[in-house]
Design a protein around this ligand. Structure first.
Ligand code: HEM
Length: 444
């Protein structure tokens, strides 16, 4: 990798505490101040995800009232949208159901009440995931060429080399944390290569991505401020990379491509930064948590592990199935721009709709026996983990490539991963994944 200007030489940024440590520290002192979740269908509560007991709550909603309203939660009132059909319906109407920051944005979280509109404007970096048409169309079109099949093919060799190096460095017969040694290492390494991010600072991508994805931090006012300070540092760091590439001839890394593309040049510096951050943070903990999810799923379903081990031709479909089963982003949010009827429910302008992908991917109307993995499931591709419609994940092909190569390289090494110790999940209603997973390797 070409050496990069190290931004740390130019300004100071923090690298600790992690978002999780900060929130857990806050909980120790202020836990009693947290608002209580009382509504039985209030699936914004994060304990059900960290304890992995969300499944029956969503199953009840899908069976009895797939679209339903909950009121008086710590995140205010919102509509739960829980099935494939209902989510696709909402996402197919982006004018009626907005993603824009101005209307409420893309997560269940709300900004703190005591922040002025000016402060809010300043703190919210414009990024196309939180824009409606026509702005969304132009900005997405600008980055989409970086994810064409030809570009992805070009990356495949590098992804494979990197994956092989990480897998070959793992110890056999000795317990280690798969999340830290494989999932985090591979995702940050790939993003660093893709964007030409300074290699020695790549751990920052994990640090920032965790602070960005932790919606629950919004419940702790002081931590919201810390989060915004950290975002400021992140923006400053990316700005230094941007300046670095501006002063150099075009190269193949994505920041250089973006800096030197005519279309990107039309964006304001804020928009440029916002979209860069979206790409880097959006591709981080999603892919990471699927890499952990694959190992967890294969361990939990030994019959399917036998399928994987005996027939590597299932791998492309297995990737889809593991993405369905894990669903690394539990939800996205939309806000109604006008009154509407949604399958008989009266939605009012301004209402918040939470699209629970985690539930739709267990929709028994679409997926037979949805709480089990079936690596040969014929319609695994119908999963909604990447969303649907105009905002469907722009990085899906890259994520699929990384996951496919990981499974192929594990298979080539006849690597079986057994969970032999502590498993800790993420305490969040947005990012759905694993913090820690102790494993031991053997050969099959
Ligand atoms: C397994 C991995 C991933 C999952 C599950 C995932 C999931 C999602 C979801 C749910 C959305 C919103 C879709 C919607 O609102 O309908 C999204 C959008 C997006 N994702 Fe991903 N993502 C993954 C990997 C990546 C990667 C690797 C990148 C880039 C390097 C990326 C970049 C983006 C961007 C830029 C958007 C915004 C698209 C738009 O608004 O038009 N994602 N992703």
């Amino acid at each position: 990798m070409a050496s990069q200007a190290n931004a740390s030489e130019k300004f100071k940024y923090r690298t600790a505490p992690s978002a999780t440590d900060a929130f857990e520290g806050w909980l120790k002192d202020h836990g009693k101040e947290l608002p209580v979740h009382t509504h039985p269908r209030d699936v914004s509560r994060s304990d059900i995800y960290v304890e992995d007991r969300w499944q029956p709550i969503f199953a009840e909603m899908r069976a009895t009232e797939p679209v339903n309203k909950v009121t008086g939660t710590p995140y205010g009132d919102f509509w739960n949208v829980t099935t494939v059909k209902a989510i696709q319906h909402v996402e197919a109407l982006p004018e009626l159901y907005s993603s824009s920051w101005d209307k409420g944005g893309i997560t269940i979280g709300e900004p703190p009440k005591d922040v002025t509109p000016e402060e809010l404007q300043e703190r919210r970096l414009p990024m196309f995931i939180a824009m409606d048409r026509p702005e969304h169309t132009g900005q997405r079109r600008t980055v989409a060429p970086a994810f064409t099949p030809a570009e992805i093919d070009y990356l495949a060799t590098e992804v494979r080399m990197r994956t092989a190096t990480v897998l070959d460095s793992l110890p056999y017969g000795e317990e280690f944390d798969w999340v830290e040694k494989v999932s985090i290492e591979l995702t940050t390494g790939m993003l660093a290569i893709l964007f030409g991010f300074p290699w020695e600072d790549r751990h920052l991508l994990t640090f920032w991505s965790d602070w960005a994805g932790d919606v629950e931090l919004g419940l702790a006012r002081e931590l919201q401020d810390v989060r915004w300070e950290i975002f400021g540092e992140m923006a400053q760091y990316f700005q230094s990379l941007w300046m670095d590439r501006m002063g150099k001839p075009p190269s193949r890394d994505l920041i250089s491509i973006m800096v030197h593309s005519a279309a990107m040049n039309q964006m304001s510096p804020q928009e440029f930064m916002g979209n860069l951050i979206l790409l880097i943070v959006g591709g981080n903990d999603t892919t990471r948590n699927t890499m952990s999810g694959i190992v967890h799923a294969l361990h939990t379903f030994p019959d399917q592990r036998a399928v994987f081990e005996s027939d590597p031709s299932v791998i492309p479909n297995a990737v889809q199935e593991c993405i369905r089963f894990q669903t690394p982003l539990a939800h996205m949010r939309r806000t109604a721009t006008a009154d509407a009827d949604l399958f008989g429910h009266q939605i009012k302008a301004g209402d918040k709709l939470v699209l629970w992908y985690i539930s739709a991917n267990r929709d028994e109307e679409v997926f037979t026996d949805p709480d089990k993995i079936d690596l040969r499931r014929p319609n695994a591709r119908r999963n909604l983990a990447f969303g649907y419609g105009i905002h469907r994940c722009v990085g899906a092909r890259l994520a699929e490539l990384q996951l496919k190569i990981l499974m192929e390289e594990m298979h080539a090494r006849r690597m079986r991963v057994n969970i032999t110790g502590k498993v800790e999940r993420v305490r969040a209603n947005f990012v759905h994944g694993f913090r820690h997973m102790d494993v031991t390797l053997e050969k099959f």
